[in-house]
Design a protein around this ligand. Structure first.
Ligand code: HEC
Length: 134
């Protein structure tokens, strides 16, 4: 009985260790990992253009839930992932459409393509809008 609890604890500990090690490899800096998106910027946009802010917001939610892991909170990329900042919205959308279509882009296409595969046109539009604000 106590033996199996011990094993379960060990497996959980290894699982957590692998998870954090992977995060550490992909992104460096502990404080950076805990930071959220730039809500002040979104609020400023909300004040001048609520419709646009809604699109950006939807993109932000999606980005935070998937893309951030590899491309960093600020879109500056990671050890194996390219920076996607400072690009026009149309470029981001075109890249996502190309990955979704199964095109071979760079040497690490296999790492990126699965995340674009199931994106809808709407999600791509939202993501491109958000990424262009980074
Ligand atoms: C598992 C890590 C990972 C995730 C998650 C991920 N990407 Fe990527 N992304 C990459 C890698 C690696 C590349 C470069 C692939 C290549 O060589 O073609 C890339 C490339 C890109 C590019 C093209 C960059 C360039 O310079 O060619 C864009 C745009 C992009 N990703 C956006 C996104 C968005 C938006 C999401 C969320 C839906 C996302 N990525 C999720 C790893 C990831």
């Amino acid at each position: 009985m106590f033996r199996s609890v011990g094993w379960i604890m060990l497996v959980l500990a290894i699982g957590a260790g692998v998870h954090f090690a992977l995060q550490g490899i992909i992104q460096s800096g502990d404080a950076e990992k805990r930071k959220g998106p730039d809500m002040a910027k979104l609020e400023r946009l909300q004040a001048v253009d609520p419709a646009r802010a809604a699109v950006v917001r939807a993109g932000m939610d999606k980005y935070e839930s998937i893309c951030r892991l590899c491309h960093h909170r600020l879109g500056i990329g990671g050890k194996f992932t390219p920076a996607i900042t400072g690009r026009p919205e149309e470029w981001v959308a075109a890249m996502l459409i190309a990955y979704r279509a199964g095109s071979q882009i760079g040497p690490l296409t296999d790492l990126m393509a699965p995340w674009a595969k199931d994106l809808s046109d709407e999600e791509i539009k939202n993501l491109a809008a958000y990424v262009s604000t980074l």
